[in-house]
Design a protein around this ligand. Structure first.
Ligand SMILES: Nc1ncnc2c1ncn2[C@@H]1O[C@H](COP(=O)(O)OP(=O)(O)OP(=O)(O)O)[C@@H](O)[C@H]1O
Ligand SMILES: [Mg+2]
Length: 250
């Protein structure tokens, strides 16, 4: 269980009353969530309940229909293009699919966000930043490999390294352990804890893997019916008698 401390007085992400529909499909229906500095919050939900949509709204890969989303004190929905780009550079997003560019080497994949977001700042050593980021995920020396040569667990690690290279204050992990064997999944959970400790990131971790929730969460919110249905630590929710919450623990 994650017993690391977080500063509960300092909110980094504030999501209020966020709704999102696709036609008649009302995915988020007034979702609320606050994530504090240094905190790992796991959002638990069954498949298709809007977990990916939720974190896509945070980085505006999807535009929410209603509600407010603040990250690091900035109102996300009202940001113009350049300001949104700058804000995205502070947010590490690990996609459900890892989303590596298969035509680039691992090293080039890691350089990509640097070139995109730090174009004007020429005073950094790309090779050093790439090897530091790979070191952080335990995969130094893989710079020349192609994503096709990586295992699923390695792809997740490289996906995490690619977000760490910009030194993000916020991390959004979409299903970081799905599709991995239990041992590799545990390694990724440890990596998420390492990132939290080393970089003092505030994170939302989307999952339906209870081991991931147990190991990484300071707090868990359960997404049901487009809303935050229940909230608590792993130990608290495990005691719940509510059948909708219990189903995750059975
Ligand atoms: N761009 C889109 N256009 C239309 N519908 C969408 C779009 N993105 C998501 N949806 C719908 O929103 C709902 C929630 O999708 P989402 O991907 O957030 O689910 P999820 O909770 O992440 O599921 P999983 O655990 O399988 O990843 C689904 O019904 C999906 O079909
Ligand atoms: Mg998803």
């Amino acid at each position: 269980m994650n017993t690391g401390s977080s500063n509960t007085n300092s909110p980094v992400i504030i999501i209020k009353d966020v709704s999102k529909s696709f036609g008649e499909n009302h995915v988020l229906t007034g979702f609320n969530l606050t994530v504090n500095k240094g905190e790992n919050v796991v959002v638990l939900g069954r498949s298709g309940t809007g977990k990916s949509v939720l974190i896509k709204c945070i980085v505006r890969l999807v535009d929410a229909d209603r509600g407010s989303i603040q990250v690091l004190g900035t109102d996300i929905p009202s940001l113009k293009r350049d300001a949104l780009d700058a804000m995205r550079s502070k947010i590490g997003f690990l996609f459900q699919s890892s989303a590596l560019y298969d035509s680039m080497t691992v090293g080039e994949n890691l350089e990509f966000p640097l070139r995109r977001h730090r174009k004007k700042n020429m005073h950094y050593d790309v090779n050093k930043l790439v090897s530091d980021a790979l070191e952080s995920v335990g995969l130094n020396g893989t710079q020349k490999m192609s994503p096709a040569e990586l295992s699923g667990g390695m792809r997740k690690r490289i996906g995490i390294a690619r977000t760490l290279i910009l030194n993000p204050e916020v991390m959004l992990y979409d299903e970081p352990t799905t599709g991995l064997d239990p041992v590799t999944a545990r390694e990724i959970n440890h990596l998420i804890l390492d990132v939290q400790e080393k970089f003092n990131t505030s994170s939302i971790i989307i999952s339906h893997d209870m081991n991931c929730a147990r190991m990484t969460a300071n707090r868990i919110v359960v997404l049901i019916g487009g809303k935050c249905y229940a909230e608590g630590t792993y130990a608290e929710l495990k005691q719940s008698q509510d059948k909708n919450v219990k189903q995750f623990f059975d």
